[in-house]
Design a protein around this ligand. Structure first.
Ligand code: ADP
Ligand code: MG
Length: 243
């Protein structure tokens, strides 16, 4: 599903360059629930943005569903995102002047679905999140956990194959965080690949595979609680480059 080879990414700031990702090799299979862990500034969001085709990389290759994602036009990237990717963010990214139903329906608006139909489908997704009664409420009338459930419903409405969640529990208290993680687990159990960024160990521990980033490289991969010899999945030549 996702195949990264030797991905590098630097940010240019005036005459300075910050080398953030320093050769990332990564495979994620369909249906996995993966977390990307690492301290603040280790490059987690940078990696997630590349995976979600929200940003470009400088070097290496990224294959998504067998297709090379490189220097894609914004139009083509947007189409691919609409077709197969969903996003959930720490700060929910809801539109403040639209109610819950309209927020959930937004991806269908961009797909050209008429108002009546998209609102009906949005209500179904809100219902799945236990928020049917909140359909007409504005984001500022809802709790953090409710807002994140609205954002999750919005990410699901275009039937993505992969959901990217950048610190989805970062703004929530721990019991609400666990509720949101349970929802993400249920969605994953229906076959949607889930890729989550977090710096919280207890959140990462709720996923099947933890990829730990350190200073722009993958320091270790822990699968079902066991340290994985992840470098073995790459060819000998690649291994030498990693080492
Ligand atoms: P994390 O999500 O792990 O906290 P990020 O991927 O957001 O880390 O950032 C990694 C490093 O890149 C940080 O030092 C950050 O300041 C820097 N950075 C992130 N985005 C940009 C940008 N758009 N321009 C310049 N520097 C950036
Ligand atoms: Mg981040």
């Amino acid at each position: 599903m996702i195949n990264l080879s030797n991905i590098h990414k630097s940010y240019q700031m005036g005459s300075n360059s910050l080398h953030v990702l320093k050769g990332i090799d990564l495979k994620i299979e369909q249906g996995e629930f993966v977390s990307i862990m690492g301290s603040s500034g280790s490059g987690k969001s940078t990696l997630l943005n590349i995976l979600g085709i929200l940003d470009n990389y400088d070097e290496g290759t990224y294959h998504l569903d067998g297709k090379l994602v490189k220097d894609m036009s914004e139009k083509k990237a947007a189409r691919l995102r609409n077709e197969m990717l969903g996003f959930v963010f720490q700060s929910f990214n809801l539109i403040s002047f639209k109610n819950a139903m309209e927020n959930v329906a937004l991806p269908l608006y961009y797909q050209g679905v008429g108002r009546k139909k998209r609102n009906k489908i949005a209500l179904e997704y809100l219902d799945k999140m236990g928020l049917l009664e909140w359909a007409n409420h504005m984001p500022n009338e809802m709790s953090g956990g409710q807002k994140q459930r609205v954002a999750i419903a919005r990410s699901l409405i275009s039937k993505p194959k992969i959901i990217f969640a950048d610190e989805p529990t970062g703004a929530l208290d721990s019991s609400t965080s666990y509720e949101v993680m349970e929802i993400l687990k249920e969605i994953n159990a229906e076959g949607i690949t889930m890729i989550l960024v977090t710096h919280e160990h207890d959140i990462a521990a709720m996923t099947q595979k933890i990829i730990r980033l350190n200073d722009g490289v993958i320091a270790e991969v822990i699968k079902n609680g066991e340290l994985e010899n992840w470098k073995d999945q790459f060819s000998k030549k690649d291994k030498l480059e990693i080492a």
